[in-house]
Write a protein that binds this ligand. Structure first.
Ligand SMILES: Cc1cc2nc3c(=O)[nH]c(=O)nc-3n(C[C@H](O)[C@H](O)[C@H](O)COP(=O)(O)O)c2cc1C
Length: 175
């Protein structure tokens, strides 16, 4: 079975998860700009990774462009963000904000907790965060928005790895 990992990351959290997945599943990694529609068409399944900025997937423009091909593929999507996995309502808002995801009928979606270290951010991102936080009333949420976190851990990919392995196994049996 032919599979591929395509990801977009700004500061490395999604890249780190993509590399771990590549190692565990023995799959090649690509950036969206390195991939043609033909490359995708030749795959049996695609693992797509993206982080989230101001509610939107970093990879959204590429997703929209490739949607006609992706719609008919088995897709495993991992979304890397600051919203913790237990905050399901907020994660649902991310899904809603990225409405094109509903077109991926054969997609399995995983949320993986990411990393944000203020010191390493581009000034525009730091400015955006501070501006966003200044508009939030809840003091707890306000503080969280401008506080470092790093929860990028290999164990988070285990359920996704298991599901991809099960899919590959099942398809081999059916072939
Ligand atoms: C400017 C900025 C905006 C962000 N907006 C969101 C957001 O709307 N929702 C969220 O859950 N996380 C948000 N995050 C957290 C990132 O998604 C998180 O840091 C992620 O791990 C970044 O991954 P990357 O390094 O692969 O780009 C934001 C981070 C920054 C710096």
């Amino acid at each position: 079975m032919k599979g591929l990992i395509i990801y977009r990351s700004r500061y490395g959290a999604t890249r780190q998860y993509a590399h771990w997945l590549g190692e565990e599943l023995q799959l090649p990694l690509r950036q969206p700009e390195e991939i043609s529609s033909e490359d995708i068409a030749n795959c049996d399944f695609v693992i797509i990774g993206s982080s989230v900025y101001v509610g939107k997937l970093l990879i959204r423009k590429w997703l929209a462009k490739q949607m006609p091909i992706l719609q008919n593929k088995k897709i495993f999507l991992f979304i890397v963000c600051g919203t913790p996995p237990e905050e399901q309502e907020k994660l649902n808002v991310i899904l809603k904000n990225n409405s094109q995801l509903s077109l991926l009928k054969q997609a399995t979606i995983y949320f993986l907790h990411g990393r944000m270290l203020l010191k390493g951010l581009h000034w525009l991102d730091r400015f955006g965060l501070k501006l966003g936080a200044s508009l939030v009333k809840d003091p707890k949420v306000k503080k969280e928005m401008v506080t470092d976190f790093d929860d990028v851990r290999k164990e988070h990919i285990i359920p996704l790895v298991k599901e991809v392995e099960a899919f590959v196994c099942q398809e081999k049996v059916l072939a």
